[in-house]
Design a protein around this ligand. Structure first.
Ligand code: SAH
Length: 268
């Protein structure tokens, strides 16, 4: 469908993983201009300080398993408000196009004759490992990285874990904590050794950030024992050894190392 050049533009903005200092300059500019922000629940509230005074904020969480605003409602609201002349920013955690339904929202906005500008954000799959010093594509260990969801889709589909185990690449799993036993079992079935290094990073780049380093074989036990919870990124692969926090947990007898990092007050 062709859109008139003066059709309203909705900004789909990545808010990054938490710390407002990880916003892009473009994201800050879009926030300053917005009159209405539709905000996902993984967005750090600290990011909202960049909105102008008087801007309306609507929280439209979409957390798996929780009561959340239906996607169709969010899309209708964006369209209606943009047509009314509101400068709409759709603010999403991380990057809007990485497990964020950004593609679906772009389709809905364009189908309604609106223009869309996507402002990329720092995705948790890169930022969370980096927060504990894990370089996800360190060439001494791997030829690449895979971003994969641990959440089964609405149609019940799921990644082929045994095939992923065989690919030799770093695995970065979003939304994986709830299904860890199943994921670990699938990776082990694909031949990934129990001593493969692994890490979990919760609430990266927020005041609640915590992490554990362990092995694939001790991942589930570590997460349960330490009470590590969503939102979390799970990293599986030899690159975890490059973290300064790594202390060969399997070899030393300790199943994991857990740390809580206190961010300076300005980051909370
Ligand atoms: N669009 C987001 C991902 C949304 S899916 C992005 O690009 O980052 C939600 C999942 O992202 C969470 O279940 C978790 O796996 C991950 N996640 C988001 N923020 C996180 C954070 N600060 N720390 C760790 N994981 C995070």
């Amino acid at each position: 469908m062709s859109r008139p050049v003066n059709a309203p533009t909705v900004h789909l903005v990545g808010a990054g993983p938490g710390d407002p200092e990880l916003l892009t300059v473009k994201a800050v500019k879009a926030l300053r201009q917005a009159t209405l922000a539709l905000v996902d629940d993984l967005v750090n509230p600290g990011v909202l300080k960049y909105l102008r005074r008087g801007a309306r904020i609507v929280h439209v969480g979409k957390r798996g398993g929780c009561a959340s605003t239906p996607q169709a409602f969010i899309e209708r609201l964006m369209v209606a408000e943009a047509r009314r002349g509101e400068r709409v920013v759709r603010l999403k955690g991380g990057d809007p196009f990485v497990f964020g339904r950004g593609g679906e929202e772009c389709d809905a906005l364009r189908a309604a004759g609106l223009q869309v500008e996507v402002i990329s954000g720092l995705t948790a799959g890169m930022a969370a490992p980096a927060a504990i010093g894990v370089p996800v594509t360190d060439r001494r260990h791997t030829r690449g990285v895979i971003f994969v969801t641990g959440h089964t889709g609405e149609a019940g589909g799921e990644p082929d874990w045994p095939a992923l185990a065989r690919c030799g690449l770093t695995l970065v799993v979003y939304m994986g904590v709830a299904r860890l036993p199943h994921i670990v079992q699938g990776l082990r079935a694909g031949g990934l050794a129990a001593h493969t290094p692994a890490a979990v990073v919760c609430s990266a780049h927020t005041a609640q950030q915590r992490h554990a380093l362990c092995t694939l074989g001790s991942l589930q036990e570590t997460v349960l024992r330490e009470g590590l919870a969503s939102p979390a990124i799970v990293v599986v692969g030899d690159v975890v050894q490059a973290s300064p926090h790594w202390a060969a947990p399997g070899l030393a007898g300790a199943a994991s190392a857990v740390e809580q990092v206190r961010l300076p007050a300005k980051h909370r």
